[in-house]
Design a protein around this ligand. Structure first.
Ligand SMILES: *[C@@H]1O[C@H](CO)[C@@H](O)[C@H](O)[C@H]1NC(C)=O
Ligand SMILES: *[C@@H]1O[C@H](CO)[C@@H](O)[C@H](O)[C@H]1NC(C)=O
Ligand SMILES: *[C@@H]1O[C@H](CO)[C@@H](O)[C@H](O)[C@H]1NC(C)=O
Ligand SMILES: *[C@@H]1O[C@H](CO)[C@@H](O)[C@H](O)[C@H]1NC(C)=O
Length: 234
């Protein structure tokens, strides 16, 4: 009864929710899936949870069997990772925040399929260095979107420095000249579902550190200097 009441309150709140996620994710059984839930800055210090039927899992607690939850307060999102997905895990899930009054939450549907999912990516976590071009392959997708819902399809779209091409097998998403502000959550989508992808942008500092910490060069050589110089000027 309490669960029903909560779901009802969450449903009412969802029009103006401070939590954002995708609507539907499909994944093949036995695979790992990460679900991002983005929240308003005002929710940073509150406890987050994922609800599934009468089962709730809260942030800050030890992971429960195949499910784990992680709150990234710096970037204002939490992720729920489900390992070895099973067909019986299919259903409605809630990304939610515990507040002193009614909780705030947003619902999504997880579909765990017997067969290969129609929409997939080789990794949900891609990274590149600042200034680099990166390509993400989305199988069965027709669009690439920011988590806020701006999309780029075959006919283009409003995401800066981003274009997609289709080689029949997959949608190739290219982000040119990766910038710091490109970091964050995106998703590939088709008519039916969305697949979240997190883009990490590493800065030139990390390359310098890698170069100078390299065990083969305890002293900087002139070629190290050239590498450092080229990254300092970009
Ligand atoms: C996986 O799903 C099947 C079918 O719904 C069920 O019989 C089985 O117990 C589930 N396995 C686990 C580990 O939950
Ligand atoms: C993505 O991978 C990087 C390391 O490659 C890791 O630091 C980061 O936490 C991962 N992010 C997510 C959202 O999985
Ligand atoms: C990125 O792509 C552009 C256009 O295709 C190309 O001119 C540029 O050299 C590429 N940059 C890198 C770092 O590969
Ligand atoms: C898509 O990307 C793959 C791997 O990065 C590449 O081999 C392929 O040629 C690309 N296809 C198109 C149409 O750009």
């Amino acid at each position: 009864m309490e669960t029903l009441l909560l779901l009802f309150l969450l449903t009412l709140a969802s029009g103006t929710s401070g939590i954002r996620t995708v609507k539907k994710i499909s994944v093949q059984k036995q695979q790992t899936i990460t679900i991002p839930c983005l929240y308003d800055q005002k929710y940073t210090s509150y406890t987050k949870y994922m609800g599934y039927g009468s089962f709730w899992m809260f942030s800050g607690f030890v992971s429960h069997s195949r499910l784990s939850i992680e709150d990234n307060q710096k970037e204002h999102f939490f992720t729920v990772t489900l390992r070895e997905a099973n067909v019986s895990d299919s259903g409605s899930y809630w990304c939610a925040v515990t507040l002193s009054g009614n909780d705030d939450g947003t619902r999504l549907y997880l579909d765990v399929t017997e067969a290969e999912a129609g929409l997939r990516v080789s990794s949900q976590n891609v990274s590149g260095y600042e200034g680099e071009n990166i390509t993400i392959r989305c199988y069965g997708a027709s669009q690439w979107c920011t988590i806020r819902g701006s999309c780029v399809g075959r006919d283009g779209g409003p995401i800066e420095r981003t274009a997609v091409s289709d080689d029949g097998d997959a949608l190739n998403v290219t982000i040119w000249q990766l910038q710091k502000e490109d970091r964050g959550w995106y998703y590939c989508s088709n008519k039916d579902s969305q697949m979240p992808v997190y883009v990490t942008v590493m800065d030139a500092q990390e390359i310098i550190q890698f170069t100078t910490n390299s065990p083969s060069s305890s002293r900087l050589t002139s070629s190290d200097q050239a590498v450092i110089h080229s990254y300092c000027v970009t």
